[in-house]
Design a protein. Sequence first.
Length: 552
Amino acid sequence: MTTSRRRFLGLVSLSAAAAAGGPLLAGCGEKPTGSGTAENLDRFAGVLPTRKDLTLGITPDIKGTTPVPDGYTRYPATLVDAITERPGTSGQVVTAMTPVWGPAPPGYQQSAYLQAVNAELGTPLDFTIQDGNTYADKLNALLGARDVPELLCVPGWEVSKIPRFAEAVKALFEDLTDHLKGDAVDAYPMLASFPTGAWRHSIWNQRLAAVPNPSEGPLPWALFTRRDLLDERGLAIPASLDDLLAAARQVTDPARKVWAFDDIFAMIQIYHKVPGSKGGWRLRPDGTPEFKYETPEYRQALEVMAKIYKDGLVHPDIVASKGADANLLFAQAGSIVFKQAGIGFWQGAQAEHQKVNPRLNIQPVPVFSATGGDPLMWSATEPISYTFIRKGVGKDRVEELLRIVNWCSAPLGTREAQLRDYGVEGRHHTRTPNGPVKTDLAFKEIANQYFFVSGRNPTIGPFPDTPSYVQDLLTFSNETVKYLEKDPWDGLKLEMPDRFKAFAVPAEERFTDLLRGRRPLSDVDAIVREWKSNGGEEARTLLAKALSEAGR
């Protein structure tokens, strides 16, 4: 993923009120549900779309091990038109908000890319782009002010940070059930092809409330390394924690402005088999829920990461929280040799920065266990994001917006997908025997805007500018998927208690202070006690009750 740290809506952030446990939607006429809720998604099969495959005649080159998507190493030689009529009919501008990580792309009045896609849509989309790193704050502001755009992207990982999100959904967004359930989805064939599991997660308040953006793979994190820099030093890709720390000490050279790491705490937790289900929960041997903060594995991970900081192996701009761009420090400057990131970081960073450094070779470090036995990898099979439609726009506008989302969801092999992903030939990409290759203008203007108001039946590739990427990714993914953590609450939609949500960020900040030496490691017990009294025990009760009521 890639996007913006810049344009703000000018709304006053309500995150402080949310952190204090205050209702984001006071006055909605709904009784507060601050203790959390649990829904068994198996009960709502009747509200789901009937899944239907698209038949475009494209065969994958590499099979993914379920739930890893299949891979395509070659771009289709012949493209098809998936949609014959422009989806937009009103001509009225559609407002939309999406996240970006990186430089903000220009708005549609200054973007040849947005103008080209909007012309095909028939009704222009006007995007407000927000910094993905602080997107939850903007969402809290919008929901609290009841001032939402017509199309709102809510990343899946942000839902858990928003107090009383189910209430917000009911108050502010359209119920899409009757538009999409059963065969009604046939009006939107791209959406009909989405996995049923993704639609299940789009249920709130027992109704279909959003269009999912299905996960493009089950792996939430990887530790990436500059293989080219390791090769220069005669170092192998690490295969254990000892190997990793030894390599880190060898590559760190402040005099040359090179350090081993950015913040890699999530990966250090994974290496120590810290639980990750539902944000960090698992079951004890006696069947009671246990959060990661309470586990010995988390304390081991804390000690290792704290020592990494203490030993000066993390780039000082990261330590100082100066707003350093870790992506550039890693992929462009080579000032960081090992970087934690989502899988989506890999191809974009390689494609963009290899133009300056042809020797650039970004590769993932195979997952390992720091404590013996098989590794563990957290699972990210829920949708990447959800697209909500503002309540009250009227039936005709809802249908127009769904047609637009359907167009944006066109799969590989369609002319629509090529325009969405690569822009205009001659301006945003050049045609090669292996498919389109992006120009500098494409990297400036294309920032997943339409991706984040749609979704698609997940596939990987092809990427002609990084021809080995699909094979490398599928090799890594098919090996790593064997170690996916089992989620005891799979199939249950949980809205955690408000106090638990409100204290989530403060708790993480306390542990960050501990990791970076601003608090002693001996403070762990005090932080855990504070966490328990600020919603932790309420969350445990909810999780136990949810399993009991589901008969598990």
